[in-house]
Design a protein around this ligand. Structure first.
Ligand code: 3HC
Length: 304
């Protein structure tokens, strides 16, 4: 069957809302687009552990420490699900991680900002995970089966992440003048970068049109951004916080994507250090798995 017929049949399956599974025929461009988006998503989850991780030792109470540890562990698990889902497309996790560590791969711009106060941890949960939920719920209906299924589980955990962040800011917003000011400062720092999470304006989005034809992306960047704003502004009002007014600074967005954000270098350096210090664990696990395989092979030989 020629490629044109195969592609027409593939698009007809997408149009009929069928799920595409790893063993199904798919255009190379579809495979490449999914590897791009899914690996960036996985990298974002792993790098996303860093801004909050540095507050685990400084959380104000044991309860907040335990909640934050659980959230950061969840993010690591989200990265693992997404790397596994990406591997179904015929690329190895080692390749993906090397692309991140070498700086060749993107991850979400949002994680290149610092977390100077405890209120920033609340703002990340409330705004960043809130934006992630807005973006990820439609991905549960993505045409690629492994990605959609990973999203279902991840979205359930994101809801807990968003609530705990909102709860941190609720407590601060009902506290002392200084605590209210801390909460307002965090909203001022995280509002615009959270809106940038949804991607560039639709007019500048180079992937959206095709991504929507393939039902990977179900809504445009601006549609989801607007939904997030409409959903979040009443919450800010409930907290007694003022939402920053003005326009998104797309120049800042592009500068952060180019690696010139406040924490880009720090984040990659931290990931490189973590990867290097975990090398012995990976080598030991591979050595053990190899010995286990040899043992099972020898036992099998003796049994026949
Ligand atoms: N940060 C970094 N790069 C971004 C970006 C952002 N916020 N928004 C867009 N980009 C990049 C795109 O990757 C693309 O670059 P590329 O061609 O080199 O890959 C370019 O900007 C053009 O943008 P497009 O709109 O054309 O790209 P997409 O169609 O891929 O849309 C997206 C961008 C909406 C982020 C989409 O990729 C997406 O929905 N990804 C899945 C969700 C995701 O990755 N979220 C990241 C946060 S994860 C998270 O928040 C974890 C939570 O637990 C805290």
């Amino acid at each position: 069957m020629d490629t044109a017929t195969l592609e027409a049949r593939f698009q007809a399956r997408i149009d009929a809302d069928e799920r595409i599974e790893p063993k199904d025929w798919m255009p190379d461009a579809y495979r490449k687009a999914l590897i791009r988006q899914m690996s960036q998503h996985a990298h974002s989850e792993i790098v996303g552990m860093l801004p909050e991780g540095n507050w685990i030792t400084r959380a104000p109470t044991l309860k907040r420490k335990a909640i934050l540890m659980a959230k950061v562990q969840d993010e690591g698990g989200h990265g693992a699900y997404l790397y596994s889902a990406t591997e179904t497309l015929g690329i190895t996790r080692e390749t993906l991680i090397e692309e991140l560590l070498s700086g060749a791969a993107k991850y979400s711009s949002i994680f290149n900002y610092p977390t100077p106060t405890w209120a920033d941890i609340g703002a990340i949960g409330w705004l960043v995970d809130g934006a992630a939920i807005m973006n990820q719920i439609p991905l549960c209906r993505c045409s690629y089966g492994p990605y959609a299924r990973a999203m279902v589980r991840i979205c359930k955990e994101e809801s807990f992440h968003q609530r705990q962040g909102f709860d941190i800011l609720l407590q601060l917003s009902r506290g002392t003048e200084a605590q209210r000011a801390m909460a307002q400062g965090a909203l001022d720092r995280w509002w615009w970068p959270s809106l940038m999470m949804f991607g560039p304006p639709d007019a500048d989005s180079k992937h959206s049109a095709q991504s929507m034809r393939w039902k990977v992306k179900r809504f445009s960047n601006d549609e989801l951004r607007q939904r997030f704003i409409e959903f979040t502004v009443p919450q800010a009002q409930f907290l007694g916080l003022a939402v920053p007014q003005g326009e998104i600074d797309w120049n800042e967005f592009h500068e952060v994507l180019k690696g010139h954000g406040p924490c880009n270098h720090e984040r990659l350096a931290a990931r490189r250090r973590a990867h290097e210090s975990g090398r012995w664990v990976r080598e030991a696990a591979l050595a053990y798995a190899g010995k286990q395989r040899d043992r099972e092979r020898d036992q099998h030989r003796e049994a026949v």
